[in-house]
Design a protein around this ligand. Sequence first.
Ligand code: AOF
Ligand code: ZN
Length: 361
Amino acid sequence: MSVPASEPPMRRALELARQAWGRTHPNPMVGAVITEGGRIVAEGFHAKAGEPHAEVMALRALGRKPAADAVLHVTLEPCCTHGRTPPCVDAILAAGFRTVVVGARDPNPAHAGHGLELLRAKGVAVVEGVLGEECAELNLIFNHWITRGAPLIALKVAATLDGKLTLPAGQGRAITGPAAQAYVHRLRRLFPAIAVSADTALADNPRLTARGDDGETCPVRFVLDRHFKTAGRTGLNLFQDAHRTRTIVVGLGAAAKKSDLAWYEAEGVQVWSLVGDEVSFLQVWAERCAQEKITGVLVEAGPRLAASLLATGAADYLYAFVAPRSGDPMAPGWQDGVTLPAGLLRASLVGSDALYQGRLR
Ligand code: AOF
Ligand code: ZN
């Protein structure tokens, strides 16, 4: 089984994995394709945590024993432990596969290469790393969560070429073009939670739902509001739309007035009163997310929140959309006072805007 020959089925497996885009948390997205004589004969993907894994779905779709020359292509190393579901390695061996092609290793410390070793020990030929980078990148949230037990905090900014997050007066609010905006909606669908500052919630009145061809979904929506200044602000979409029970206002317990907390409760909005201070706030919030098994948060930041996420090291990942235009000359830059580590970001084009993205450490 040569690597080039295994790329088309692996590409298809990636496509299948993405059919569960944003719906598998805390599990990874995984796709699987079975070929016989080089032809695809069955497909599967992991739809949701608790449901069967991709390999098992592909075997079920096949509905018979694979042929002697059958090859299983899977975007992630097959698991070898009992979780919510039995080990895929056992199912693969029982089905009699002699060759398995894998995209990325599973960083879950319980697996992390053991699944591949077990297959090899039973004489199965294992080809690794086919479209490996793409397969690994697909699960950036899972990969972070399963190795650190902490949510992936991803900072998203939409900036002008001169690093501003607002346009000159009279030019409207949308800095990036439609392709970048559609991309952000796909990210909102991917991440289990989104966060904005109280300032952004008040100034822009965002909905923070993911809207696109697949209809509307609503992630958990955080309003980072240290002093609960959004209390009593009727009219905000986050507090009054159909998804308002998925809004969580996060503030400092020391700043919480009983009357404010009662107001949020009456609105049906959740509140996290954190034990922390101005400095530890973002860290304590991330720890609470971990306790609540929220595996990743996309922070749609204004300049102050962006700078404090970067300065405190709270941001793990960056999506910086940069539009080819100038910003408000009076506005602060989103990187003011912080130095981004060099060499970590990669560039691509999204419509007419640039996207710089990557892990920040
Ligand atoms: C695979 N194929 O499709 C997925 C895998 O609780 P469980 O049984 O769903 O197991 C979850 C773990 O299995 C998860 O942490 C990850 O390591 C792996 N996910 N593995 O072989 C799949 N979703
Ligand atoms: Zn599995």
